[in-house]
Design a protein around this ligand. Structure first.
Ligand SMILES: NC(=O)c1ccc[n+]([C@@H]2O[C@H](COP(=O)([O-])OP(=O)(O)OC[C@H]3O[C@@H](n4cnc5c(N)ncnc54)[C@H](O)[C@@H]3O)[C@@H](O)[C@H]2O)c1
Ligand SMILES: O=C(O)CC[C@@H](O)C(=O)O
Length: 312
């Protein structure tokens, strides 16, 4: 069919989601992290589908005069200039619940891995070193988990870690003082002082960038573990490096970084850091759900009807 709307897929989407696009649109692919390629391909796009790697800023919007829909296959919209898109009448759709279980499970995995030194112990073993006493860990049962940002993912993490016997405290000023049962809401300073494990589940906003900096790290216990599966920049990486080297806190696990992709960081050289390359949403289930959600929303916006093969 000629003159079909063009859907530009700029980050890898699940095959299930791509199949849902059907035959009423023309699907084109580009590498959204290759700026010149993205800007060139955006010129003919009616729909732009991305994950977290592609930055959809004013320059991209300027280069995309036909754009009607931006689909973000995931939760965080910090890589999309939503306000600017709205001013141009471009719809922005995301998948706010598609990957939250995966992100919560990833967080729990990182908490457990940090508490038991799984990464450095496994690395030592691969290098032929059987170092049992060096990697003595800590039990989580009876310890306190501090959740900063008690939204969808923070709540799922709290529920799961409560099953490990952890006491849960949280800081979230937007809950109006109302929290799920069993969760004590605290001011940030008190959470930082009381928690043994601190996990961050915030959007990246002007308010949250740098929220965990030098002073906040200094307020934590020397035995504290800090986990960030939310967004880079919320934890100040330089201050964190200093706190980990000086023993101000015991360890950290990071899935996200101020600049991504991040293939080199002084943090990666520390044994008490467990780094992962933004894998929180990287499960087949989450990717299928996120991709299908934004494809359906994009087709709905284009044609005012559901995708091929879906019930009307
Ligand atoms: N690593 C990954 O792959 C991955 C996957 C999914 C989501 N994320 C990130 O996780 C973030 C959280 O996701 P969610 O689904 O739980 O979002 P959510 O909107 O359900 O929850 C965010 C919570 O943070 C709270 N909050 C906002 N500003 C705050 C502040 N200054 N102090 C304390 N609390 C504050 C809000 O009130 C809300 O309850 C997303 O914005 C995204 O950036 C990362
Ligand atoms: O693109 C991804 O898989 C990461 C998505 C995740 O960070 C999110 O905010 O949903």
């Amino acid at each position: 069919m000629n003159n079909r709307p063009i859907v530009l897929v700029a980050d890898p989407l699940s095959p299930v989601a791509l199949a849902r696009l059907g035959s009423d649109v023309e699907v084109r692919h580009c590498d959204g992290t290759d700026r010149p390629a993205l800007l060139a391909a955006a010129g003919s796009a009616d729909v732009l589908l991305v994950r977290s790697a592609t930055r959809v800023d004013a320059e991209v919007l300027d280069a995309a005069p036909r754009l009607r829909v931006i689909g973000r296959a995931g939760v965080g919209l910090d890589n999309v200039d939503v306000e600017n898109a709205a001013l141009r009448g471009i719809a922005v759709v995301n998948a706010p619940t598609a990957n939250v279980v995966s992100a919560a499970e990833m967080t729990c995995a990182l908490i457990l891995a940090s508490a038991r030194h799984l990464l450095p112990a496994g690395t030592a073993l691969r290098q032929g070193r059987w170092e049992r006493s060096r990697f003595t860990g800590v039990e989580l049962s009876g310890k306190t988990l501090g959740v900063i940002g008690l939204g969808r993912i923070g709540t799922l993490v709290a529920e799961r870690m409560a099953a490990f016997g952890m006491d849960i405290v949280a800081h979230d000023p937007y809950l109006g003082g109302v929290s799920p049962s069993g969760v004590e809401l605290l001011p940030l300073e008190e959470l930082l002082r009381r928690a043994d494990v601190i996990t961050v589940h915030l959007p990246r906003t002007a308010e949250t960038v740098g929220l965990i900096g030098r002073a906040e790290l200094a307020a934590m216990k020397p035995t504290a573990l800090l986990v960030n599966v939310a967004r880079g920049g919320i934890v100040d990486e330089q201050a964190l490096h200093g706190a980990l080297v000086s023993g101000q806190i015991a360890g950290a696990a990071l899935d996200v970084y101020g600049e991504e992709p991040c293939t080199g960081s002084p943090l990666f050289e520390l044994d008490n850091v467990t780094p992962t390359p933004h894998l929180g949403a990287s499960t087949s289930e989450a990717q299928d759900r996120a991709g299908v959600t934004v494809v359906e929303a994009a087709l709905q916006a284009l044609f005012d009807r559901p995708a091929d093969g879906l019930a009307a």
